[in-house]
Write a protein that binds this ligand. Structure first.
Ligand code: HSE
Length: 437
């Protein structure tokens, strides 16, 4: 009979600090919930000098991750260094040693998840990754267990706290992008390399994990169409308002007719929807199931304590299995391995959507009809138009909302329009989710 569950932590950064604070502060609560104490046996980090405001017993901190992996006393290894290397080697090394693993590493799971899950199944150990998607929201466990009866047809997620924080501040306070990003970094929301947040890659990593769990298919990151916030400007945020929409960076996955869509891009959603009201660092995932119908998860998607809390939930889940001598009870991918099928992912050109288009066009007679003519030739119907200002001889924004159209047709039309002399800049395209009006 074990007297405690011993944990080794690799990475003592933002999430590692949150995790350790919770393990120490909630010691009694966790003991009451688990029945055995959780003991921090060892923490490895390159920097063990920095004051993190936490008092640890002597000998717990070290700089050698291998020491944790090799330690026969450690039951659960928690990987919180992020990135693919050397995190992958550490995790596979720990699995090889028969240890259960908890990780918050979405980039690693989106790229090498299949290898890690297979290694874990062979060694009959479990891998917990609740903290990899949406911080404090228990979305992974809900998809594996709470929603087990659901055939999921669609996921719409605001899954990057940094981007949501930036879009919210741009929209509500009109602050400059760079200043808001710096705030998000200071608050511990952004990745070590914040381009991963801004260019949508972090959201794509999370979508790969969610779509895999939802549809029982491996999802290749390369096939997820990904656009970030680079081309979102306050002028489009303002026009979106005029049309009754908010712009959010959405991770979208849909399944129909044996195919899936998986894409990340700025998206306009109606102001009346709950998702549109999700602000700041908050994340939300809106799922559509066949029996449950629509389900919305909401919570803090980044930050030290919210993400640390999700790591603790995995540690406790694995510790409960250890206490009962069980492993592999819930498949890591939410489906049994033989039942998973490789479903094709639609190319972005094949999707259908509503579109917001902003042309920068010469303000002179005939231009509107030329643009709408080219859209019409490409089977794209217009549902609303705003033409702003009058600047003789200059270029003004000409904004259109389309009816449902095929992306291939929209791209063809825009490539023709953008070549015309009366258009001064590449046209801005933002996909719009909702019903055709
Ligand atoms: N950088 C991520 C975000 C952290 O902003 O959502 C949580 O995964």
């Amino acid at each position: 009979m074990k007297s405690s569950i011993k944990i080794g932590i690799i990475g003592f950064g933002t999430v590692g600090t949150g995790l350790v604070k919770i393990l120490l502060q909630q010691k009694d609560l966790l003991l009451r919930r688990l029945g055995l104490p959780l003991e921090i046996a060892s923490i490895a980090d390159r920097d063990i000098e920095r004051d993190r405001g936490i008092a640890l017993p002597p000998g717990v901190l070290c700089t050698d991750a291998a020491k944790i992996i090799q330690d026969p006393e450690i039951d659960i290894v928690v990987e919180l260094i992020g990135g693919t290397d050397p995190a992958k080697q550490y995790i596979l090394g720990a699995i090889e040693k028969g240890k259960h693993v908890v990780t918050a590493n979405k980039a690693l799971l989106a790229t090498y998840g299949e290898d890690i899950f297979q290694a874990a199944a062979e060694k009959e150990v479990d891998v917990g990754f609740e903290a990899s998607v949406c911080g404090a929201i228990p979305i992974i466990r809900s998809m594996k267990e709470g929603l087990v009866a659901e055939e999921i047809s669609a996921i719409y997620g605001i899954v990057n706290g940094t981007c949501n924080y930036i879009l919210t501040k741009m929209s509500e306070e009109g602050k400059a992008f760079a200043q808001i990003l710096q705030e998000a970094q200071d608050l511990g929301y952004a990745e070590a390399d914040p381009t991963l947040d801004i260019d949508g890659a972090d959201s794509a990593h999370k979508l790969a994990i969610l779509a895999n769990l939802a549809f029982g298919t491996p999802v290749s990151l390369k096939e997820i169409y990904t656009e970030g916030l680079e081309r979102v400007s306050s002028i489009d945020i303002d026009f979106a308002e005029d049309f009754g929409y908010k712009i959010k960076l959405l991770a979208i996955a849909k399944a129909a007719n044996g195919e899936i869509e998986a894409r990340v891009h700025p998206t306009m959603i109606r102001k009346e929807t709950l998702l549109s009201t999700v602000g700041g660092v908050f994340n939300a995932v809106y799922l559509v199931g066949d029996s449950a119908g629509e389900v919305l998860f909401y919570g803090k998607g980044a930050g030290s304590l919210p993400t640390g809390s999700a790591v603790v939930s995995d540690i406790v889940a694995l510790a409960r299995n250890i206490i009962k001598g069980a492993s592999g009870r819930v498949p890591a991918t939410a489906f049994t391995t033989p039942s998973r099928k490789q479903l094709p992912i639609k190319a972005i050109e094949e999707i259908e959507s509503l579109y917001y288009l902003r042309f920068m066009a010469e303000d002179h007679p005939g231009v509107l009809s030329k643009i709408s003519g080219i859209l019409g030739e490409n089977h794209i119907g217009i549902s609303a138009v705003i033409q702003q200002g009058r600047k003789t001889g200059g270029h003004v924004p000409l904004v259109m909302m389309t009816h449902r159209a095929r992306e291939r047709d929209v791209r063809q039309a825009l490539s023709n329009i953008d070549e015309m002399d009366y258009v001064s800049e590449k046209t801005i395209l933002i996909r719009v989710e909702g019903d055709d009006e």
